[in-house]
Structures are given as structure tokens and as C-alpha cells.
Write a protein that binds this ligand. Structure first.
Ligand code: PMV
Length: 335
């Protein structure tokens, strides 16, 4: 009972930050709707994807999960089990598993490796166990590992409806990868692992006095940006994305304990992106739970923008990406 899947990471345009306090925190039901673009890296070696293979068999005496060659223990293994156990229960199969997973991009650098990772795991595990789930149902299972993984099941532009139960909190596609022209240059200024993972950061969002405002604003912005995507209005999408990103970082910085994901060079990049927008080409920033900056643009501008950002001394490297297609099952196994 072996299967493999490939899923891509995503960048949130409307951010998920903080779990709903009305539900079991382990369900990862968010306090607001969110929207993202699933990313396909355009260089030869970085497609911004995770490949995961899982095998269920009576030859295994215990559940083993290996990420990038490292055997996972404690909380990290527990998160894998949160995805696999409900599927084992549905399939009524008690076998232990061996899982291996590899990313073709830096893990935990704010590039959403957990999104692609748990999306690939949910798809591979359901397929290996012979469960015939819709994409929406798979999305609910991926969400149990990491909220943003709910969105990486789909390609293109994706809307995660916060819902009010496990069954109703899933992502759906707004439009496919070719239906809205937007690409992204990711400016990497720091590749190290972050001090506080988003999984932990979500727990303190509610302590910020700005949390309520961010939640209600995000609900409005999610509706507005969905419309702008469908209307092919890049300026509006960019403008709302920047605003929503600032709201999230304001909440992070004013939570207890406070979370400062930005580095000094993050602000430098924000200023540069504003300058580039004024002087030459239309682009907008957004930043997840890390110091690196995603710069949104129309596809025709991507190489010029990449060059401008690469020229900045504080930028270690750039990754360019366009919307990816849906995640999928593959027969190319890791073991
Ligand atoms: O899915 P998590 O628990 O890694 O949370 C993702 C949080 C952000 O990346 C900051 C925002 C988002 O919506 O992806």
C-alpha cells in the first residue's frame, strides 16, 4: 500500500494568522478566510515542491516519518499522525507506515514548506489507503497538519473558507493557473530556520489588541481580492495583498510574546519595492512568517524585477515562480 504525491507551496495574499478560539486548536480552524497563489518555481532545480512517499505495511513495527533524511520525533511526528490517523481510521486499516518527504527548496525559511508538505502527505496517504476523497475532503485532512496546506491541494488561486467545523473548513479554487496573470519574485535575505514557527505563533495572535480588527478586515479583503482576481485587476490584488500583510505583521509585533519576523533588510526591501513601483514597473510586496519578501508582478515583468532585486546587496538570492497546477499523485516513489 504505497503511494507518492507532489504538491507545491503557496504564498498567502490574505493571510491566515491565528486559530478560531471556538474550536479545538488541533483542528487548525482559522479565525478568518484566506487566499493564496500556489507557486511553481521556474528554475531548473527549484520548483517549490514537496515529494512525499508513504507505505503502509505489516512489515513495519512502528510509524516512521523521515523529512530531508531526518527521522521526526515528538511534536513533528505528532503532526504527521494528525493527518495519517484519521485516514487510517476511515480506511479501517491498522498497518504502521514509513513515510519519506523531500522539498526542493529551503525548509522553514518562510517559504511554506509545511503547506506543500502536508498537502503531499494527505494526497499520498489517502491514495495509498484507497480512499476516494474529493479535493475538498483532502483539503480538510491536509489542514490538520498545517492550516495553509489546505490551500496547496489546489493549483492557481485558492480561497480557504474558514468554515465552522472540521468538515466545512476547506479550500476551493478561485481560478486555474492560466486564468490570472500574476507571478512572484522571492527575495531571500536569510535562509536559516526561524525562532518561532507559525504553528506556535498562531497561538498568541489573539493577545494583540489589533487581532479583532485584522480578522474583520481580512474577511472584507478576501471578498474584494477574489473579485479583483476574477476581474484581472492586478493593481487591486497587489494593493490589498500589501495591506493585509501589514495587518498580519502588526498583530505579530503587538502580540504577547511579540513576534518580529522582519530583519532590517526586510524593511529595506519594502522601501525598494515601493521605489521600483513608482519609478519603473508595477510590483507589490507580501511577507509570511519570516524575513524573506515575496514581490508580486505581472509575468512580463518577472525577469526585469528579478534583476533589480538581485542587484541589491542585502539579497542573497532570488527564486521566481508563477501559479502552479493542482497537486497530484505520482508513481515516482522516494523509496
Ligand atoms: O499553515 P501554517 O500554520 O504554517 O501558517 C501559515 C501562516 C502564514 O504563512 C504566515 C500565512 C498563510 O496564510 O500562509
Amino acid at each position: 500500500m504505497k503511494s507518492s504525491a507532489i504538491a507545491h507551496s503557496n504564498i498567502a495574499l490574505i493571510k491566515y494568522w491565528g486559530r478560531s478560539r471556538d474550536h479545538d486548536p488541533n483542528l487548525n480552524i482559522p479565525s478568518n478566510d484566506s487566499i493564496s497563489m500556489t507557486k511553481l518555481g521556474l528554475s531548473d532545480d527549484i520548483h517549490l515542491q514537496t515529494r512525499t512517499t508513504i507505505d503502509f505495511s505489516d512489515i513495519y513495527e512502528e510509524d516512521t516519518a523521515i523529512l530531508e533524511g531526518e527521522v521526526l520525533t515528538e511534536r513533528r511526528l505528532e503532526r504527521i499522525l494528525r493527518v495519517v490517523n484519521p485516514l487510517r481510521k476511515i480506511a479501517n486499516i491498522g498497518y504502521k507506515f514509513k513515510m519519506m518527504s523531500e522539498n526542493d527548496f529551503p525548509t522553514q525559511a518562510g517559504l511554506a514548506s509545511s503547506a506543500s508538505g502536508f498537502a503531499a502527505l494527505a494526497i499520498a496517504a489517502a491514495d495509498a489507503l484507497g480512499i476516494d476523497f474529493s479535493k475538498e475532503e483532502i483539503s480538510t485532512i491536509a489542514r490538520l497538519g498545517s492550516g495553509s496546506a489546505a490551500r496547496s491541494i489546489h493549483g492557481g488561486f485558492v480561497y480557504w473558507n474558514k468554515g465552522n467545523s472540521h468538515e466545512t473548513s476547506f479550500a476551493r479554487q478561485i481560478c486555474g493557473s492560466d486564468e490570472f496573470d500574476m507571478s512572484v519574485v522571492i527575495a531571500i535575505i536569510h535562509e536559516g530556520k526561524k525562532d518561532v514557527t507559525s504553528d506556535v505563533g498562531h497561538e498568541s495572535a489573539y493577545t494583540s489588541p489589533f487581532d479583532r480588527v485584522r480578522i474583520s478586515k481580512s474577511q472584507e479583503q478576501a471578498k474584494d481580492i477574489e473579485k479583483a482576481i476574477l476581474d484581472d485587476d492586478f493593481s487591486e490584488v497587489g494593493k490589498i495583498s500589501e495591506e493585509n500583510c501589514k495587518y498580519m505583521h502588526a498583530v505579530m509585533m503587538t502580540s504577547n510574546p511579540p513576534l518580529f519576523y522582519w530583519h532590517p533588510n526586510t524593511l529595506k526591501l519594502i522601501k525598494s519595492i515601493q521605489r521600483i513601483r513608482k519609478e519603473s514597473l508595477e510590483c507589490y510586496f507580501t511577507i509570511d512568517a519570516g524575513p524573506n519578501v515575496h514581490c508580486l508582478c505581472r509575468h512580463k515583468d518577472i525577469y526585469e524585477l528579478e534583476k533589480k532585486l538581485e542587484e541589491m546587496e542585502c539579497v542573497d538570492k532570488t527564486i521566481i515562480a508563477r501559479p502552479a497546477d493542482d497537486s497530484y499523485v505520482t508513481r515516482e516513489h522516494l523509496f
